[in-house]
Design a protein around this ligand. Structure first.
Ligand code: CA2
Length: 144
């Protein structure tokens, strides 16, 4: 059975070091561990990749077409203007869950647009680290 892919975008590797009032004190590793253990409980393997550049995320999504059965993606700030990620996800044939730790719709106006949402199966926003658990449940349900 092919694994689920979790993609983290730019600056998410800094979680836990800065802006704890917005993103909490947990690190990206904490969130990835939660996603991995949730997937394992449901009988799935989850692989995580983090990139700080848009091109690498596009390459990963291209490769995912033959390698992974679903994608959970937190594209970071690229959510709001990364049209090449939009196009790559549009060409991916499995379910896609857009995930955000914060609720971008309750923040600055430039964060209210997501170019990923129109090509996602659905979006999970604003639930902090718990969103990683919710996102894995959502993708597994979409795979059934
Ligand atoms: O809420 C989310 O998950 C976001 O995707 C996080 C992005 C932000 O640009 C999106 O609008 C919403 C930011 C990623 C983490 O950025 C940090 C910057 C400094 C210190 C710690 C994290």
């Amino acid at each position: 059975m092919k694994p689920i892919l979790l993609i983290s975008g730019p600056n998410l590797n800094l979680l836990g070091e800065r802006e704890p009032e917005i993103y909490g004190e947990s690190t990206l590793s904490d969130y990835v561990n939660l996603a991995e253990s949730t997937a394992a409980e449901l009988g799935y393997e989850l692989i995580h990749r983090q990139y700080n550049d848009e091109g690498s995320i596009v390459e990963e999504i291209h490769a995912a077409r033959s390698t992974y059965q679903g994608i959970v993606i937190n594209p970071g700030a690229l959510t709001h203007y990364g049209w090449s990620i939009h196009d790559a996800l549009a060409a991916y044939d499995g379910p896609v869950v857009e995930l955000h730790i914060s609720n971008p719709n309750a923040r600055e106006p430039w964060r209210h647009t997501s170019v990923v949402a129109p090509v996602a199966t659905g979006s999970i926003v604003g639930f902090g680290g718990y969103g990683y658990k919710l996102a894995v449940h959502a993708i597994v349900d979409a795979l059934k």
